[in-house]
Design a protein around this ligand. Structure first.
Ligand code: NAD
Ligand code: TYD
Length: 338
């Protein structure tokens, strides 16, 4: 199966590409990524020289670039590319609307033109907004996004469903909870707290730190995506969660204990405006229909993630500085295209 991945230099997209290369070493993978601050070709260095892998630097808002890169009759598009950080969307929503909304529509249009056989759209549990204690967000629950990021992802989902309904596109949507694991840009809670703690720097705790997120290891998420891509019902939506709902303070306490660092690093700061209190996804559909369940317990996955960040301080420094972008521009230049 030839797959066209958008956002494959980011955290989850790159994990999917690395896993795909293990699952299907002979299958073609095209990684189409703009290389924003969050895109890092170091994340896919392990597959960069595979004969079946190719990287194209491009923007999903650019229909011509997509037409040039997406093969006719491609077996599948897996759409990860997005602006993904809530705090940045609060500072400025423009790029979120451009990439997450307009970019998704441009990609859908080109996918249709090119006769793409299957379209997997990666969404988020945040489109459901904050979920009251005792309730779960199910696939058919109403969407109630509350941050500009979540609103842009909800809009993207509507566009995918419109393409299914109007044009018969063979698309499936997944909504996942908070991912963690290696190669995550150190702006999200776990990698930010971890990298700060390793340098004995304070860890910002927004508000009272009692907000609840459901944590899933990125490798468990990728396994679920493969199942949905291969066996999910056309037009359906599947929730993917880690079955590890935890308060932020609990996550941070576990992290500091595993690192052997003092709790005094936790520093309460002003809360995020409009901060969603609780996310909680109902994952019974994917478990029932496709037989998927998360395999990596949170404590184990967190310990493994800590080890990875301890051993990859050079990656952290390069990711923070954007140095890899200059390096790849110099070393590869045009070779970064197919
Ligand atoms: P990320 O920010 O790590 O990576 C995003 C990637 O998309 C980067 O490589 C970036 O260069 C690329 N990109 C951004 N704009 C682009 C554009 N206009 N054209 C082409 N490429 C572009 O994100 P992530 O954490 O890997 O998330 C991947 C997907 O999963 C996103 O759609 C996100 O909304 C969704 N998601 C993430 C999480 C999470 O916990 N990280 C949870 C739920 C859903
Ligand atoms: P984040 O990783 O940004 O994911 P999301 O907002 O998409 O769930 O944040 C996870 C939780 O951690 C969220 O409740 C906000 C909180 N948080 C902090 O308390 N401190 C931080 O420095 C960050 C980045 C997040």
């Amino acid at each position: 199966m030839a797959v066209f991945i958008t956002g494959g230099a980011g955290f989850i997209g790159s994990a999917f590409i690395r896993a795909w290369a293990q699952w299907y070493p002979a299958e073609t993978v095209i990684n189409f990524d703009k290389l924003t601050y969050a895109g890092n070709l170091d994340n896919v260095a392990a597959v960069a020289h595979h004969p079946t892998y190719c990287f194209v630097r491009g923007d999903i808002c650019d229909a011509e670039a997509l037409r040039a890169a997406l093969p006719d009759g491609c077996d599948a598009v897996v759409h990860f590319a997005a602006e993904s950080h809530v705090d940045r969307s609060i500072l400025s929503a423009r790029e979120f609307i451009m990439t997450n909304v307009l970019g998704t529509q441009v990609l859908l249009d080109v996918a249709r033109e090119k006769g793409v056989k299957r379209f997997l759209h990666i969404s988020t549990d945040e489109v459901g907004g904050s979920i009251p204690e005792g309730q779960l967000f199910a696939e058919d629950s109403p969407l109630a996004p509350s941050s500009p990021y979540a609103a842009s992802k909800a809009a993207a989902e509507h566009l995918v469903r419109a393409a299914v309904h109007t044009f018969g596109l063979n698309a499936v949507i997944t909504r996942t909870s908070n991912n963690y694991g290696p190669y995550q840009f150190p702006e999200k809670l776990i990698p930010l707290a971890l990298t700060n703690a390793l340098e004995d720097r304070p860890i910002p705790v927004y508000g009272d730190g009692r907000q609840v997120r459901d944590w899933i290891h990125v490798d468990d998420h990728c396994t679920a995506l493969r199942m949905v891509l291969e066996k999910g019902r056309p037009g359906a939506t599947y929730h993917i969660g880690g079955r590890a709902p935890l308060e932020n303070r609990t996550v941070l306490t576990m992290l500091l204990e595993l690192l052997g660092k003092p709790m005094s690093l936790l520093t309460e700061v002003t809360d995020r405006p409009g901060h969603d209190r609780r996310y909680a996804v109902d994952c019974s559909r994917i478990e029932r229909e496709l037989g998927w369940r998360p395999q990596i317990p949170f404590a184990e996955g967190l310990a493994q993630t800590i080890t990875w960040y301890r051993e990859h301080r050079d990656w952290v420094a390069r990711a923070r500085s954007g140095e890899y972008r200059r390096y790849y521009a110099q070393m590869y230049g045009a070779l970064c295209r197919c």
